[in-house]
Design a protein around this ligand. Structure first.
Ligand SMILES: NC(=O)c1ccc[n+]([C@@H]2O[C@H](COP(=O)([O-])OP(=O)(O)OC[C@H]3O[C@@H](n4cnc5c(N)ncnc54)[C@H](O)[C@@H]3O)[C@@H](O)[C@H]2O)c1
Length: 326
């Protein structure tokens, strides 16, 4: 039985806490929130003792896994504190965004860097909630690429509403590997969430594009990822679940999968992520999306920010990583 402590009495925190608590091999044994009303609510929901600070939680609770479900604007200090105290940590995405998740900037990478190096040196488990990896349609796309069913990959074509922004980046990186460079049109100096058109290049010659805004709605799916190979191409769409693979240059169907009405993939993906984390605790393996996945997504966003500030200059991710000195 994995003993978990939950930090957050708000909606996302209670949802994650519930998924771990309902898992047959895990239990929420303590809760923590600096807001007394939310703390009382969480104590009641889990029937567990509550603490108003992380210091108090650490002093009184030996949970080996901490669910740190706080916002990206204030995630890094508690993450460092928990790792320094020898606790394994599961957290939300993106790893860091001091101006919020739709406006991740290059300085956020430098803020997160010491936490990532502490984790790499610690031998502890650390993971991030890239739960879209547990949606059936995105996993199909990943597996079709990994297992060669599209032939040699040539191109990636993706777009997303900002609500799905860190996830669409994780999807591209998880399935295609970390790119070599980006070149970006957009103006990060705008006060609002800035629209961006991203060109992407991988070392092996694959090219791609990703566009993001929150001006479009959810009418035509909040995210779409299409990957084109020499023999076939495939697309995964939306949060309900839709997947299609077709023959290259003919569009003949090879596979079509759609979630049944009333059974969307999104809520299930959080439960499957909790299951993946608990299985990794028991098998002593890395979490399903670990600190490297968290870091690489942030690195991509930092490079996007730098390129946009430089009028679309080609920015190499290795240069941005070097500047953050990890
Ligand atoms: N994976 C997904 O699909 C998905 C969907 C929605 C939201 N999210 C992410 O979930 C996160 C939700 O965060 P939020 O906005 O609820 O967080 P938040 O910062 O509001 O914190 C949640 C609760 O934790 C408490 N808290 C925060 N820091 C604390 C500390 N150091 N000590 C004690 N208590 C503390 C706060 O009082 C608050 O009640 C966001 O990062 C968001 O991006 C992910």
């Amino acid at each position: 039985m994995t003993k978990c402590a939950l930090i957050s009495g708000r909606g996302m925190g209670l949802m994650h806490g519930g998924n771990f608590h309902n898992h047959p091999d895990a239990e929420v044994v303590a809760v923590c929130d600096m807001d007394p009303e939310l703390l009382a609510k969480a104590e009641e929901q889990f029937g567990a003792p509550g603490y108003s600070s992380i210091e108090e939680l650490l002093a009184n609770c030996d949970a080996e896994l901490v669910l740190l479900i706080v916002n990206e604007t204030r995630r890094i200090p508690p993450l460092r504190q928990l790792l320094a105290a020898g606790r394994n940590v599961f957290t939300e995405k993106p790893l860091c965004g001091l101006e919020g998740q739709h406006r991740v900037r290059e300085p956020d990478l430098a803020v997160a860097a010491p936490a990532i190096s502490a984790w790499r040196d610690s031998g502890l488990k650390f993971g991030i909630d890239f739960n879209y990896r547990f949606m059936h349609h995105f996993r199909k796309l990943h597996d079709d690429v990994a297992e060669g069913r599209l032939g040699e990959i040539r191109m990636v074509h993706a777009r997303a509403h900002f609500n799905c922004w860190s996830h669409v980046i994780d999807q591209i990186l998880w399935t295609m590997g970390t790119p070599e460079w980006v070149s970006v049109i957009g103006n990060p100096k705008q006060d609002r969430d800035w629209e961006r058109l991203i060109h992407i290049g991988w070392e092996n010659g694959v090219i791609g594009s990703l566009s993001g805004t929150n001006l479009w709605g959810y009418d035509d799916h909040p995210l779409r990822v299409k990957i084109l190979g020499e023999t076939s191409y495939a697309e995964a769409r939306g949060l309900e679940g839709w997947y299609c693979r077709r023959k290259a240059n003919s569009s003949e169907h090879e596979e079509l999968w759609e979630a049944e009405d009333g059974n969307p993939e999104m809520p299930e993906s959080f439960k499957r992520m909790a299951d993946g984390v608990i299985k990794a605790m028991h098998a002593d393996t890395a979490f399903p999306a670990d600190g490297e996945a968290a870091w690489n997504e942030l690195l991509f966003e930092a490079a996007v920010h730098r390129s946009a500030l430089q009028n679309g200059a080609r920015v190499f991710l290795s240069d941005v990583e070097h500047a953050a000195s990890v």
